[in-house]
Design a protein around this ligand. Structure first.
Ligand code: NAD
Ligand code: IPM
Ligand code: MG
Length: 354
């Protein structure tokens, strides 16, 4: 198995080092894995003048899976937009056809007090957010900035979804719901936006093929509120690119920290890119403070979804549970009475618990 490793920017290299150490435990035991490193984002710009350099593109296309840290940083925010790190991330998602972004918000019982919500509201939480990743206002044309007929400057983007795009993500979401509690909530803004009214219509049509799944619909503003009020009402949520981006960050805080939220981005052939849902955290970069668990749990998702190695996935997840049960916490999930550890010490503990 060939794995493209893209550490990226900011805390990316720090959290990636820890995830690779955990995978190395499996490799030392004989699991066939080859890691090939390449730059993405600001690192790609620094090395090759482009956030998704051809060098990286070739390695990622040839790999069986891609493991990514995070991209972005204030030093790149003044570059021309096509050269910014975030564009590298969008480009790799589009290039590899990674349309299905799975973001599981699962509360480890040990972290019930780390959430900013009351423990009883979040205890037992297990939501799967299915976010469409290669369409919507992120990619719609036309887009840009211009001077309008009144001589006024304006910015514009286009929200668009084709029927095929909505159908394929709906099938992924219904398929996942069938393996879980068989409840799917489709999130839209059909009361205002035609694109999402269309989305809802297609989801209702696809639902005919999944009669066992209980389908509901919710406007995105209400969904944002319900996630805080009573998150356990949700099993699987499916939504478009922009709403999914926002709702998944919101859901991460139910689990204690954005540093806990793993993700998988899959294409039609289940080739996947695995990355934490958080960013490059420039405020704590280079300080060995970041929580590496979202990246380590993303590596577990890679074992599950691309390599069909459920045993390896469960092994990594159980190691994380053990470390949390033993009281080890990075700063973002720290509570009094626990043992505060650095990013690398958290890696040490997970490796030891494997
Ligand atoms: N997938 C990605 O690569 C990705 C995702 C989101 C943002 N970004 C980029 O990252 C940069 C910073 O964006 P932002 O500040 O809005 O979001 P962010 O997720 O980087 O950080 C938000 C807050 O969460 C904290 N945080 C994030 N990950 C953490 C971790 N693992 N452990 C402990 N604390 C953590 C940060 O310190 C910060 O206070 C921007 O350039 C943005 O475009 C990249
Ligand atoms: C950095 C940015 C392009 C990205 C997104 O909006 O998809 C990030 O926020 C994420 O959630 O992965
Ligand atoms: Mg985001």
């Amino acid at each position: 198995m060939k794995i493209a490793v893209l550490p990226g920017d900011g805390i990316g290299p720090e959290i990636m080092t820890q995830a690779i150490r955990v995978l190395d435990v499996l490799r030392a035991e004989g699991l066939d894995m080859e890691f090939v490193e390449a730059p993405l984002g600001g690192a790609g710009y620094d090395a090759y003048g482009h956030p998704y350099p051809e060098f990286t593109q070739k390695i990622c296309r040839e790999a069986d899976a891609v493991l990514l840290g995070a991209v972005g940083g204030p030093q790149y925010d003044t570059l021309d937009r096509p050269l910014r790190p975030e564009r590298g991330l969008l480009a790799i998602r589009k290039d590899l056809g990674l349309f299905a972004n799975l973001r599981p918000a699962v509360l480890f019982p040990e972290l019930a007090n780390a959430s900013t919500l009351k423990p009883e509201v979040v205890a037992g939480l297990d939501i799967m957010i299915v976010r469409e990743l290669t369409g919507d206002v992120y990619f719609g044309q036309p887009r840009g900035m211009r001077v309008n007929e009144n001589g006024e400057r304006e910015g514009f983007n286009t929200m668009v979804y084709t029927e095929a795009e909505v159908r394929r993500i709906a099938h992924v979401a219904f398929g996942i719901a069938m393996k879980r509690q068989k409840k799917l909530c489709s999130v839209d803004k059909a009361n205002v936006l035609e694109t999402t009214e269309f989305w809802k219509e297609i989801v209702i049509d696809v639902a005919k093929e999944y009669p066992e799944v209980e389908l509901s619909h919710m406007y995105v503003d209400n969904a944002a509120m319900q996630l805080i009020r009573n998150p356990k009402q949700f099993d699987v949520m499916v939504t478009g690119n922009i709403f999914g981006d926002i709702l998944s960050d919101e859901a991460s805080m139910l689990t204690g920290s954005i540093g806990m939220l793993a993700s998988a981005s899959l294409n039609e052939s289940k080739k996947g890119l695995y990355e934490p849902s958080h960013g490059s955290a420039p405020d704590i970069a280079g300080k060995n403070l970041a929580n590496p668990l979202a990246t380590i749990l993303s590596a577990a998702m890679m074992m599950r979804y691309t390599f069909n190695n459920e045993a390896a996935a469960v092994r990594i997840e159980n190691a994380v549970k053990k470390v949390l049960a033993a009281g080890y916490r990075t700063g973002d999930i720290f509570e009094p009475g626990m043992t505060r550890v650095s990013c690398s010490e958290m890696g040490d503990q997970v490796v030891a618990a494997m």
